[in-house]
Design a protein around this ligand. Structure first.
Ligand code: KIV
Length: 289
């Protein structure tokens, strides 16, 4: 084997791994002790290598969410998202991180058919991306599948409440649990997913009191989105919290206004190109003296 390797990485990539230990499913699970999580779990979505590098030092978990359908690909929902998309972006996020646990969403149609179908899809995702966990949507009905996967070495994050892949049966993206029957169902779903062995559970778009009840009644850490500050952790879609879109859901806090700042930078660049004031001598190659 050669002792000399040409570094073919581009100047922008930073492939050097930073020594350290990644968070694991058991280490995340162990953050909740006797129903309490001392230090809330920090999770954000990431879809690209560079964003993963920037978020990784601040997070416990990075989620390669199927929200990439809308955020990256401009699709109308998560329904058309494919395994190929999830694997490509999952691998990029794993390459850009060294500390956070990376979880990849199982896309619609890749797991609902049977536990065996779910195992085939989840194992492909893990082999092709190097991620440490998958996330799938659904409560009581998915519990046997979650048990099947966890018993076969695949850590699973559950997802209950507003489950966007079910938008066609739910009829929209409104908050769930306004009726007593639905509130009870969300709690039962969370308990079933917990009993099935999910090491963490995302609770999305539910009335605050339901999220609090869920957090109190399951043993796995509950990660809220549009849920409650009482959850064991929080997750947001990165492009929402950075202010990349004009419209954001009510539960999103915008921590920046990146869309406006990118627009300004692109506008200044366009002006300078048109005025021939870019590039300047600083950005041009000249013969060496
Ligand atoms: O796809 C996604 O980004 C998600 C989060 C909103 C939890 O599932």
């Amino acid at each position: 084997m050669s002792t000399f390797t040409i570094d073919t990485s581009t100047s922008r990539a930073t492939p050097t791994p930073v020594p350290g230990k990644r968070m694991t499913a058991p280490s995340i699970r162990a953050r909740k002790i006797e129903g309490k999580t001392e230090q809330p779990i920090v999770m954000l979505t990431a879809y690209t290598m560079r964003m993963a590098q920037l978020l990784d030092p601040h997070c416990d978990m990075l989620l390669v969410g199927d929200s990439l359908g809308q955020v990256i690909y401009g699709l109308p929902s998560t329904i058309p998202v494919t395994m190929d998309m999830m694997c490509a972006h999952g691998a990029a996020v794993v390459r850009g991180s060294w500390h956070s646990l990376v979880a990849v969403d199982m896309p619609f149609g890749s797991y609902e058919g049977s536990p065996e179908q779910a195992f085939a899809s989840a194992s492909r995702i893990m082999k092709e991306t190097g991620c440490a966990a998958v996330k799938l949507e659904g409560g009581e009905v998915m519990a046997p599948t979650i048990a099947f996967l966890t018993h076969r070495g695949i850590p699973v994050i559950g997802h209950v409440g507003l489950t966007p892949q079910a938008v066609n049966t739910l009829g929209g993206y409104g908050a769930r649990g306004r009726e007593q029957r639905e509130a009870e169902k969300i709690l039962a779903d969370a308990k079933a997913v917990d009993d099935a062995g999910a090491f963490s559970i995302v609770v999305e778009g539910v009335l605050e009191d339901i999220a609090t009840q869920v957090s109190k009644n399951v043993s796995a850490p509950v990660i809220g989105i549009g849920a409650s500050a009482e959850c064991d952790g929080q997750v947001l879609v990165i492009d929402d919290m950075l202010g990349m879109f004009e419209r954001t859901p009510r539960f999103v806090k915008r921590y920046d206004d990146l869309a406006a700042r990118i627009g300004e930078a692109a506008g200044t660049y366009a002006e300078e190109v048109r005025a021939r004031t870019f590039p300047t001598p600083d950005q041009t190659y000249r013969p060496k003296p």
